[in-house]
Design a protein. Structure first.
Length: 203
């Protein structure tokens, strides 16, 4: 009897684990399909029907796994960043010279912008049209970029609080659209980083 009970428990455990793994895989496919669409047509043009088609599920399955749009966007972001991890900006902060520090950060950041330009442009372009996306970006991307500017700007002051001009210049330098314009002008990432570093230093 004990042996039979143990077998029954083991079977139920295996079934629950298999069901959970299947659900995780379904969620992964949905998140991957969403990320693909966001990087090509953009969030505002992405439909649940097309997400479901690409993920190989029914529309009801998308809604069942992601009842709220914010949950779907968060899963999409996590999937995309897992596939395209942002650069490690910790090493540049070990540099004592603020110009070298900023230029090193910009080179890494601009190279990442280049690799992810489709997604980076689309989510920023469409955020005003998709409130859930805008809220997610405010809490994630905007917060990280603000913290990065706060960390870089003080190096260009004489031990005090950096001026508004310096802080604004740093914020402009690290912005995606700044890189995009410089790239469209034909500058490579190293040249763009050097130019923006000189701009910040002159502020």
């Amino acid at each position: 009897m004990l042996w039979l009970n143990a077998m029954s428990i083991e079977k139920r455990t295996y079934t629950k684990r298999a069901r959970a793994e299947a659900q995780d895989e379904t969620r992964r496919r949905i998140a991957a399909a969403t990320a693909e669409l966001h990087s090509t047509v953009g969030p505002a043009q992405t439909t649940v029907a097309e997400i479901a088609r690409r993920a190989g599920v029914q529309r009801a399955t998308v809604y069942a796994n992601f009842p709220e749009e914010t949950e779907l966007f968060r899963a999409c972001q996590a999937h995309f960043l897992g596939e395209n991890p942002p650069p490690d900006l910790v090493p540049p902060f070990a540099l004592s010279d603020p110009r070298e520090r900023l230029e090193a950060v910009l080179r890494l950041l601009y190279a990442w912008y280049r690799r992810t330009r489709g997604m980076s442009a689309n989510v920023r372009r469409h955020r005003d049209a998709v409130p859930a996306l805008d809220a997610l970006l405010r809490d994630s991307v905007d917060a990280r970029m603000a913290a990065l500017a706060d960390g870089l700007a003080p190096g260009f002051s004489d031990g005090g609080t950096p001026s508004r001009a310096v802080h604004a210049a740093v914020a402009v330098a690290i912005d995606f659209w700044t890189w995009r314009r410089l790239a469209d002008e034909g500058l490579d990432d190293d040249a763009a980083a050097a130019l923006m570093t000189r701009m910040v230093a002159s502020a």
